[in-house]
Design a protein around this ligand. Sequence first.
Ligand SMILES: [Zn+2]
Length: 356
Amino acid sequence: MVASPPSHLMELPRKILIGDRVIAEVGPFVRSLDVSARSVAVITGRVVKERAGVSCNSSLEDAMLRTKWHVVSDASMDTVNRLHDKIKDDRPDFVIGFGGGRSVDVAKMTAYRLSKPFLSVPTSASHDGISSPFVSVRGIDKPHSIKANTPIGVLADTHLLSQAPPRLLAGGCGDLVAKITAVKDWELARDEKGEYFGTYAANLAYMSAQIILEESEKLKKNERLGIRTVVEALISAGVAACIAGSSRPCSGAEHLFSHALEYVAGGAECGLHGERVGIGTIMMARLHGLDWENVRHTLEDMGAPTKAKQIGLTEDNVVQALVKAQSLRPDRYTILSKVKMDKKKARELAAATKVI
Ligand SMILES: [Zn+2]
């Protein structure tokens, strides 16, 4: 008899609102998620607050919600702790993360610690954390992302997203193409370790990579279509992680490589999450026997880096990160568990894929 898969909880966003200038509807949107809410804590970044704070705040106040704004500048556990101490006595009914990856991550973690519902309002389409329960914060004892609660809602204003620097959108594409190697790693773990594999979640994540791989030329030519497609694909990838109950469909060896780069760079600037992950995907695709050149061309089309030096990394950084990557998360079986990297193999791989 075949053993049934282990049980897990699927927590999904309840409502997702996407469209031009929908930030003006954030108040009624919160109300529709919680009719009895009275107060919200809005966690944001300085630039976003200056750019769109007024419109967001007036919509919340028009919906009879008391607001308290908190500006954060980094995504670290110190910031989360400070914010938690500051907000807990206010007892907000809702936490909103309004901004880029850092604001959304800090807000998601804070909401989780306060046991309050969380609304994700991203202003850049740079990674799939906008709809998933996973957060990346510095200063925790794990080098990879950790699980908090899934956002109860996502509000994506395509007008605001279009004002973000193009580099962030390109980074989002890097985080999307990554799903092809993440899913391959998951299949490998199923085949070689008997790990639970969720076909539906895997297909959903795979599809969000596929659309970028197949349509990058079209998306590059039409900016509005590009933003809408990338943000929908990122939300969908995040939902795939919700369905899987783990980050498996979204994060494989290419993510471990990215975490290892942060480690070897020792806190120095080493590109955006999606940029590092995109470069990692080119190399992991080759190890998996996938069409790595198509991954590379897609990233180029979307304006994302494909070479280490474009994000300030040296050849040695890449080699060290490739060798180190799997050791950061030994329990996550990936292609790097199978093809054990040494310096020679790592250098050959990076050179063959033109990363160095
Ligand atoms: Zn990612």
